[in-house]
Design a protein around this ligand. Structure first.
Ligand code: ITT
Length: 187
């Protein structure tokens, strides 16, 4: 039987990636684009738990909320959980400028998801992918930092991959595979 689960996110790209993964678990994902107020915190788990509590006021379980951070090693983990603000205010070109002459370009994408599967009952999942920051903006797929993030083991940025390829190795692909196998056990 097809199970229906909501994903509370304003970001249609995140939704499309998650939906493609959960389909493989016979789960139909529905986007709830209702804006949810977010707290500022250095800790993705804290942000996600708050998001889940806010979403629970307006959405019925089972539902998922997720938050992503990009951590650039040589910039002391910048922009971290402030990825959205930094993307909008600085943009990719200025981030690359900040990294001029930096040879260690290691970075990590981290995603944390909360699955609220019954009234007031939730479970947290985390995933990450290591990679490097490209020297230039490359590729037309994806969104956000995809044109400058090269996952380890690849020579392509996420934006040079189609959605299925990105999902195979991305923080979100990994996260939603964990969430998918959990959901098939509890709903
Ligand atoms: P919701 O909170 O409504 O889910 P959001 O876009 O604010 O949507 P996040 O806080 O999780 O989502 O992500 C912050 C930003 O990080 C996002 O706006 C993108 O610029 C970037 N980002 C997140 N996931 C990404 C990915 O897979 N590839 C590239 N950039 C990503």
């Amino acid at each position: 039987m097809l199970r229906k689960v909501s994903f509370v996110t304003s970001n249609v790209h995140k939704f499309e990636e998650a939906k493609a993964v959960l389909t493989q678990f016979d789960i139909e994902l529905v986007q709830i684009p209702t804006p949810i107020s977010e707290i500022q915190s250095d800790d993705l788990r804290e942000i996600v738990i708050y998001k889940a509590m806010e979403a629970a006021k307006v959405v019925d379980p089972p539902f998922i909320v997720e938050d992503t951070g990009l951590y650039i090693g040589e910039l002391n983990g910048f922009p971290g959980p402030y990825a959205s603000y930094v993307y909008k205010s600085l943009g990719l070109r200025n981030i690359l400028k900040l990294m001029t002459n930096i040879s260690n370009r290691s970075a990590v994408f981290k995603a944390v998801g909360a699955v609220v599967y019954r009234e007031n009952v939730f479970k947290i999942f985390e995933s990450s992918v290591k990679g490097t920051i490209a020297d230039s903006i490359r590729g037309g797929h994806g969104f956000g930092y995809d044109p400058i993030f090269i996952p380890s083991g690849s020579t392509h940025t996420f934006a040079e991959m189609v959605l299925e390829e990105k999902n195979r190795c991305s923080h979100r692909g990994r996260l939603f595979r964990k969430i998918g196998s959990f959901l098939t056990q509890v709903i």
